[in-house]
Write a protein of this length. Structure first.
Length: 413
């Protein structure tokens, strides 16, 4: 769907919801159009009790807030207590609406991507429900322009919104989310802008997290294109997730798509400047492109964020070795292996450095350790073969070189 088509679809939806009127409507977005009645979370939990007994939903909320008050040392009033319980996703008889139709549209599109969503319009002047603003506005409440609708019986009478509900087709959800993010600055990052929002948001997006896990498994199996397609959908669902851009960069890097990988790492860093792994992987890409200065800068940035990043230390050590700074390279390798003694690349590289420093015994010791950890990797065998030759043991050296060729027939000798 083109951007123009998406724009027109959004305008059509908004036109139906914002009929010319002097009234100030309020709105609620729901990710599924088949939810049925618009009700409070407390009513949904106690619906059967309310239906078969003489206990009202208001009485149940009173008991709920009384219980919550026992955990509050500040003796706040009921209105503030109710706002905070609602904010922390507790059970009250308040239903979250918003004064911003675009925020409602976001909630209608955010989640259940295979289901139609809906936006409900309510006239605060004619409803039987009580309309109040949160007594304890938090950052997220302010951004969402939250308004509490409290129905006397736990649900909004359907006649108040039945003719003022717009269905949002499932196929439009992702394009509309992209539209809202681009033109209105509305996204998961701005809507869920505190840690409590994060917890709620994560719970609602387990499917997206699992999609990332599936992409990792595809990547491990060499199914790069399938992994990229999964990550593209994951990014469409949540464009602000730095880790997903990082994963896509790693997949592109493994597939040899280096410019694309660098773009992915750039996106990950833009979303989270403290993403040490993104700098490190981008440094590897720059190194493969022959841009050693940029690679060195990326490794340094990685280590500024995380001084114990063993991979970045190993990568910087390789650059230092190639530039003739053997002492600096040795310091990096030693430090990386103190952090992680099983780092096979660091063992292999330090073995090469020992060999270049005319110490074949130390080289063989490191390469032995590398081979024990990863016996199917050809490079340590090749390098150990050279070390044995340097030591004067041509027979063992030739055996190692033959082993390396057997493991990787095209290995460069």
């Amino acid at each position: 769907m083109s951007e123009q088509d998406v724009h027109q679809s959004v305008q059509d939806l908004l036109h139906v919801l914002t009929v010319p009127s002097e009234l100030a409507y309020i709105y609620r977005g729901e990710s599924r159009a088949d939810y049925g009645e618009v009700s409070s979370n407390l009513y949904r939990e106690y619906k059967d009790t309310v239906t078969i007994s003489h206990i009202s939903i208001g009485q149940i909320e009173f008991f709920e807030l009384e219980a919550a008050a026992k955990h509050d040392a500040s003796n706040m009033d009921d209105a503030r207590l109710r706002s905070l319980v609602q904010h922390y996703h507790g059970k009250t008889n308040a239903i979250d609406f918003t004064g911003d139709i675009n925020v409602a549209l976001f909630f209608a599109c955010d989640g259940d991507f295979d289901k139609d969503g809906r936006v409900i319009r309510l006239d605060p002047q004619s409803t039987v429900c009580e309309i109040t603003e949160p007594a304890e506005p938090q950052h997220r409440i302010i951004v969402q322009k939250s308004i509490f609708v409290t129905p006397p019986n736990g649900y909004v009478p359907s006649g108040e919104y039945q003719d003022a509900t717009v269905i949002v087709p499932a196929k439009l959800k992702l394009p509309i989310l992209a539209y809202l993010r681009r033109y209105h600055g509305i996204s998961s990052r701005t809507i869920y802008n505190d840690l409590h929002g994060f917890v709620h948001y994560r719970a609602n997006h387990k499917a997206t997290i699992e999609m990332n896990f599936s992409a990792i498994n595809r990547d491990a199996s060499g199914e790069y294109q399938e992994a990229i397609e999964l990550l593209n959908e994951s990014i469409a669902r949540d464009p602000d997730a730095s880790v997903t851009h990082l994963l896509k960069g790693m997949v592109n890097q493994g597939a040899g798509h280096i410019p694309e990988a660098i773009e992915n790492f750039n996106a990950a860093i833009a979303l989270n400047p403290n993403n040490a792994n993104a700098y490190n992987y981008r440094g590897i890409c720059h190194y493969w492109q022959g841009d050693n200065d940029q690679a060195r800068a990326d490794y340094s940035e990685t280590l500024a964020i995380n001084p114990n990043h063993s991979s970045a230390l190993t990568n910087r050590g390789l650059l230092r070795h190639e530039n003739g700074n053997r002492r600096g390279a040795m310091r990096d390798y030693d430090r990386a292996l103190r952090i992680d003694s099983t780092l096979v690349i660091a063992l292999n590289n330090r073995g090469l450095l020992h060999l270049a420093s005319d110490d074949p015994d130390a080289a063989i010791a490191d390469l032995d350790a590398a081979i024990r950890l990863q016996p199917r990797w050809a490079l340590p065998y090749l390098n150990r073969g050279y070390a044995y030759h340097a030591k004067g043991d041509a027979e063992q050296g030739d055996a190692d070189i033959r082993r390396a060729i057997a493991l990787e027939p095209g290995i460069e000798l």
